[in-house]
Ligand binder design. Sequence first.
Ligand SMILES: Nc1ncnc2c1ncn2[C@@H]1O[C@H](COP(=O)(O)OP(=O)(O)OP(=O)(O)O)[C@@H](O)[C@H]1O
Ligand SMILES: [K+]
Ligand SMILES: [Mg+2]
Length: 663
Amino acid sequence: MNAESPQRTSVLIASLPDALRKLHPRDQVRNPVMFVVWVGSLLVTVFAIADPDVFTAAVAAWLWATVLFANLAEAVAEGRGKAQADSLRRTRNDAVARRLTAAGGEERVPGAELRVGDLVVVEAGEVVPGDGDVVEGIATVDESAITGESAPVVRESGGDRSAVTGGTTVLSDRIVVRVTTKPGETFVDRMIALVEGARRQKTPNEVALTILLSTLTIIFLLAVVALQPFAVYSGGEQSVIVLTALLVCLIPTTIGALLSAIGIAGMDRLVRRNVLATSGRAVEAAGDIDTLLLDKTGTITWGNRRATELIPVDGVDERTLAEAARLSSLADGTPEGRSVVELCVERYGLSTEATGHEKTGEFVPFSAQTRMSGIDLGDRRVRKGAASAFGIGDETRRIVAGISQDGGTPLVVAENDVVLGVIRLSDVVKPGLRERFAELRAMGIRTVMVTGDNPLTAKAIAAEAGVDDFLAEAKPEDKIALIRREQEGGRLVAMTGDGTNDAPALAQADVGVAMNSGTSAAKEAGNMVDLDSDPTKLIEIVEIGKQLLITRGALTTFSVANDLAKYFAILPAMFAAIHPQLGRLNVMQLATPQSAILSAVVFNALVIVVLIPLALRGVRYRPSGASALLRRNLLVYGLGGVVTPFAGIWLIDLLVRLIPGIG
Ligand SMILES: Nc1ncnc2c1ncn2[C@@H]1O[C@H](COP(=O)(O)OP(=O)(O)OP(=O)(O)O)[C@@H](O)[C@H]1O
Ligand SMILES: [K+]
Ligand SMILES: [Mg+2]
């Protein structure tokens, strides 16, 4: 998804038609500051037509340019997403789906006719016709159309790697997928709407800033209106054109023009890093995160926990243990369950399928609450599960502790409450996490791993991954409770996870990042999806959030400082003719009141264009203390905002004074 940004000027020109379209009052009223400029432009244009002169025409033209430049900023920001949207549209396929019928047959229907709950078959070489969860089978899938990542990924039923996305291609095997979204509301559809900015709503921060800017605008409007009686009294009545121009120069047009572009560009930066955010509010919250909770299996580890060893206890025969382990897993569709059966088949030559009377058994599915699974077969109750779910003796306890300390997950196998042995489930911690978590720590973010696994395993994995803290044996409600506790302490919490059991916590967190490899439930619950399923992506998300907040703050500071400076730059020039003693304040020696006014209007418009690249790129963010950052920005953007108008208006005046009828 990493489209190189093309040449700057060509992008500006390409966005012109959109910028012109946005001159419509319907678009303008959404931005109060720019709407005032729009009304002012109209007003001055009427004067320019009724009583034409060079000055009025020039002011009218540059006021329109101001509005147009603001539109251009937004259009350029939106334009960057358009190319991505187009390439995504190409992945949206009109593939024919192979839908399973109630009668057990198969029918071919257009992908657009699929309904939520439909079961579809997808085989090697075929395109997944819609979003859903794998309910049967395991397959490798090429998701490059969505993620840009060419390495195939595994998608399988029963676990936390079950979600498939419409438009991706199955490379091997056969899966049955239960459709989870309506056509038109799929992941790709939402992505397209997102990158095009179509669904963008103002965030609470943006609304607050807009209110502040509108208030400033009203204050300046009153100030300019109040100027007239004073001017009349001193014998220098000002024209409507001059007052309008003055007003536009004083109100915060710079930030007003760039505000929406800054927000769109922030979203765009996330998309470029393969993160899809469904709410701008979450992006902002990411900039202030204090605590990051991470799920263990599938987030910190790869998530393909596999049975690698069977360890019998109390003199139980290894084969007896294998038979019980297999039996308890025959109907267990989780990846863990299937891997147990596979181990028993490979190492002990047992059979994969249930045979004979085994088929009459009653399956006990795994749940995060009971932490066990198994089968009831006649008077045999065969179970496997977390050690805490069984009464275990010393030998078992020792084995369980040994596996846990290695970072493995022990599953105790028991028949009619007699423990037969332990299964070792092994999983691998994703590489490079330690350094990345250290980076988060440097940013002041505490990382906490939450897992359903036992405390010893949790401790081992937490140490290996380098998280600050961990919570073990956590049920879904414990995860939520932990988040609530943090939030009640006034902290902003981010959560990354992949499982259905993570969904409630992902919804509760201020920033919920679901792994793309996870379940549909997790992806629906969170407000971001990481297409790369990388738990440390949060670092980049936080940086982008911070950068968004800092950019907005910096440009607001610059804009307001700029406006105040303009006040002192123009007023002396305006009144110099009437009050010669004010002429001494006209330090810049602007040619005439008219050239001063026009130069200020031109400067005011050009500043917007000059700052478009900064608004889109964002102010550089380096991890450092908040107060140091604030000081630096006040210095650069506050002081810069005060100084530049003097220099800029002076320079422009040198040119403007050459225009006959103005200088
Ligand atoms: N198929 C299964 N059959 C029996 N027990 C299982 C099965 N899968 C997991 N367990 C046990 O239940 C515990 C809790 O599982 P759960 O899925 O809630 O959490 P988890 O996946 O270990 O942790 P995380 O929340 O980090 O993904 C596991 O640690 C394991 O001991
Ligand atoms: K202004
Ligand atoms: Mg999990």
